[in-house]
Design a protein around this ligand. Sequence first.
Ligand code: FES
Length: 105
Amino acid sequence: MFSKIFGSATKPATVTILPADISFIVEPKKTVLLSALDQNIKYPHYCRVGSCGTCKSKLISGQVRELTDKSYTLSNEDIQAGYILACQSVPKTDLVLEVPKLRVE
Ligand code: FES
């Protein structure tokens, strides 16, 4: 019931990042960015509150619940192309994201 109201997943989601080809688990109600950082993944970020755009990521597949309105930070072109803000996105399903700046060392 709660998940239907708020659209959140009730089980962990798997997030795969391309082109680095890494995957990690996001627990219910956690953002993509916080989960990545908790697992020592060097996800590009700065403000963590949806205002800088550093965590901009292209949603290739899956669905997210967005905590804030990304149109204040992303351009219309970015939104049309499927970009989301990882710091403001909670997975509703498993996700595939494209994050060219994320490098595995
Ligand atoms: S870290 Fe600044 S918008 Fe996500």
